[in-house]
Design a protein around this ligand. Structure first.
Ligand SMILES: [Ca+2]
Length: 92
């Protein structure tokens, strides 16, 4: 699990990222291609279950679908539901 809190930093297991301040959308589009697919959800799952790995800040923000500052399996589920147009992330 990666917890995002407070100021800027994107290295290590716990990272400090303020997606709002950085104006990085929490929309489930990890690949950044403008479309949310199962591939995005798969990438979010990797982030949710991985520790000790560095991820780009924009990936962390995109994966935090519910915007609570933590990338979890719930975000992954929400992104899958967004793929099916059954749910949206906090920023779209
Ligand atoms: Ca989250």
């Amino acid at each position: 699990m990666i917890v995002m809190t407070g100021a800027l930093m994107a290295q290590g297991t716990d990272v400090n990222v303020d997606c709002t301040e950085l104006e990085l959308p929490r929309n489930g589009d990890l690949t950044g291609d403008g479309v949310v697919t199962a591939n995005d959800a798969q990438m979010a799952m990797w982030i949710a279950v991985t520790t000790g790995t560095n991820f780009q800040v924009n990936l962390l923000c995109s994966a935090d679908c519910d915007g609570d500052g933590v990338v979890t399996e719930e975000d992954v589920t929400s992104i899958f539901l967004r793929v099916l147009s059954l749910e949206t992330c906090i920023d779209g």
